[in-house]
Design a binder for this molecule. Structure first.
Ligand code: NAD
Ligand code: UGA
Length: 462
């Protein structure tokens, strides 16, 4: 099976933000395995095989470059990859359903199911199928039924191995994960498959960090991890609103509570709202699952996390309009950052999308700058390109602007020459710091009217 110079052949179906980086790391750490990443999107595969990878991620290019052509291969030949591999990771997308039952909440499993049916059609030998995508709890049961309803004597063992990497730090997260989670059936074949997957990770991850559970716990833990992380952000964002009314400072509150080791300091940065392709979708999925089991109180509890996030985004724009004398019509507003977080070009569910759209509705002249996300921003705002400008250079974006809104915590925005920037802006000049990353006092001294989140504003007028 596979090329004889390799001890194992591993395939990954889905060459996206998860499939590409995770397989590049396995290939880098395990030169004895052949790793083939396949996708139906030929353009994406071409990009993985080129000098300009399809996603921006610090350290990714270096990782791919070391293994590509040696034991890491990107291809559109899904069938060959299924045929030749012993382990198949599936990391296709699982977005929120937009139609039919569960629309707006449940996960759309059509890509997963198509993949499973493709595997059944092509496989001639037993295989381990690894759920890498984030899936609703008990999906493995459905997959097991689809996969093992064949009459050609092939056995498929389904494992759940959810991915916990965060964009922007994917390579560091993969190299030194907090934990790797492997869920399996407790049957003899299930445990054998589990041990085989554990062996793959044991090539570079400490054994104590490789956690094995039953398959349902692994599936559910992934949704719960994202829900808990997002809940911390919504919790601190709810407090930012209260700080603005009480002259408390949310960064001081974060620090004070985060030093309690039971609470911990991470993920307590107040922001214009969390974005990204997963938090909202995974929480809504959890909500849908809870409702479908009749656990409506549980569902409403987690739904509150998403509702608070929507509130935070609206609150940010409402405040901009209010302080800019109740109108932003024909005012030039520069959005600094469009990616959903720093160090990525990904804009999926970015709060910038909602903020830009609300400002456009108010007839503001929106100009967007971002070091990596301009192309994605153009796609996200394709229906209103006439009302928005794009500028790679933040100084250009701010020229003639009435206001700047910091939307993404890119390090370069901390280092800009704001004296030069304000000299080219309309007066009064407004700065809304949606990430609380700038030196507000200094900006105020330069002449800006500064509106941080959850902190007293600094104004040159009453
Ligand atoms: P993505 O959209 O970037 O990539 C998915 C890829 O799967 C696409 O390139 C698509 O063309 C391909 N695909 C779809 N159907 C296919 C098929 N039948 N055959 C071959 N290829 C097919 O998605 P992503 O961000 O990589 O997320 C994938 C999964 O991982 C999701 O379930 C997500 O929730 C989960 N996840 C994502 C992250 C993240 O940071 N993005 C982190 C952890 C988990
Ligand atoms: C998140 C999780 O952190 C990963 O563990 C998980 O694997 C992934 O989702 C997934 O399942 O897709 P990601 O969305 O890439 O990763 O990025 P995060 O660092 O979690 O940031 C999410 C959003 O929360 C960003 O918009 C970020 O700016 C925001 N955030 C984060 C805050 O507003 N405040 C914080 O304190 C931290």
């Amino acid at each position: 099976m596979g090329d004889s110079k390799f001890t194992k052949t591993i395939a990954c179906i889905g060459a996206g933000y998860v499939g590409g980086p995770t397989m590049a790391m396995i290939a880098l750490k395990c030169p004895q395995y052949k790793v083939v990443v396949v996708d139906i999107n030929a353009e994406r595969i071409d990009a993985w095989n080129s000098e300009k990878l399809p996603i921006y991620e610090p350290g990714l290019y270096e990782t791919v470059a070391q293994a590509r052509g040696r034991n890491l291969f990107f291809s559109t030949d899904v069938e060959q990859a299924i045929f030749e591999s012993e382990i198949i990771f599936v990391s296709v997308n699982t977005p929120t359903k937009t139609f039919g039952q569960g629309a707006g909440k449940a996960a759309d499993l059509q890509y997963w199911e198509k993949t499973a049916r493709n595997i059944v059609k092509i496989a001639k030998t037993d295989k381990i199928i690894v759920e890498k995508s984030t899936l609703p709890v008990r999906t493995a049961q459905a997959m097991d039924r689809i996969l093992n309803a064949n009459d050609n004597g092939v056995h498929f063992e389904v494992l759940s191995n959810p991915e916990f990497l965060a964009e922007g730090t994917a390579i560091a997260d993969l190299e030194k994960p907090d934990r790797v989670l492997v869920g399996s059936q407790t049957t003899e074949l299930g445990l054998k498959a589990r041990d085989e997957l554990v062996q793959v990770y044991a090539n570079w991850v400490d054994k104590e960090r490789i956690l094995t559970t039953n398959v349902w716990s692994a599936e559910l833990s992934k949704l719960v991890a994202n829900a808990f992380l997002a809940q911390r952000i919504s919790s601190i964002n709810s407090i930012s609103a209260l700080c603005e009314k009480t002259e408390a400072d949310v960064t001081e509150v974060s620090r004070a509570i985060g030093m309690d080791t039971r609470i911990g300091s991470r993920f307590l940065n107040s922001s214009v709202g969390f974005g990204g392709s997963c938090f909202k979708k995974d929480i809504l999925n959890l909500v849908y699952i809870a409702d479908s089991y009749g656990l409506h109180e549980v569902a409403r509890y987690w739904e509150g996390v998403v509702n608070m996030n929507e509130y935070q985004k609206c609150r940010f724009v409402d405040n901009m309009i209010k302080v800019m004398f109740n109108t932003v019509a024909d005012k030039r507003i520069a959005l600094f950052g469009f990616a959903f977080k720093a160090d990525t070009g990904d804009t999926r569910e970015s709060p910038s999308i909602d903020v830009a759209r609300q400002l456009i509705e108010e007839h503001a002249g929106v100009v967007i700058t971002d070091p990596q996300a301009i192309e994605n921003a153009k796609t996200d705002l394709a229906d209103c390109l006439g009302s928005v400008e794009f500028a790679r250079d933040p100084y250009e974006a701010a020229k003639g602007a009435h206001a700047i809104a910091i939307m993404t915590e890119w390090d370069e925005y901390r280092k800009l020459d704001y004296e030069k920037i304000i000299s080219q802006m309309e007066r009064p000049a407004f700065l809304f710091d949606g990430r609380n990353i700038l030196d507000h006092k200094k900006l105020f001294e330069l002449g800006f009217n500064v509106f941080p989140l959850g902190q007293p504003s600094l104004k040159h007028y009453e």
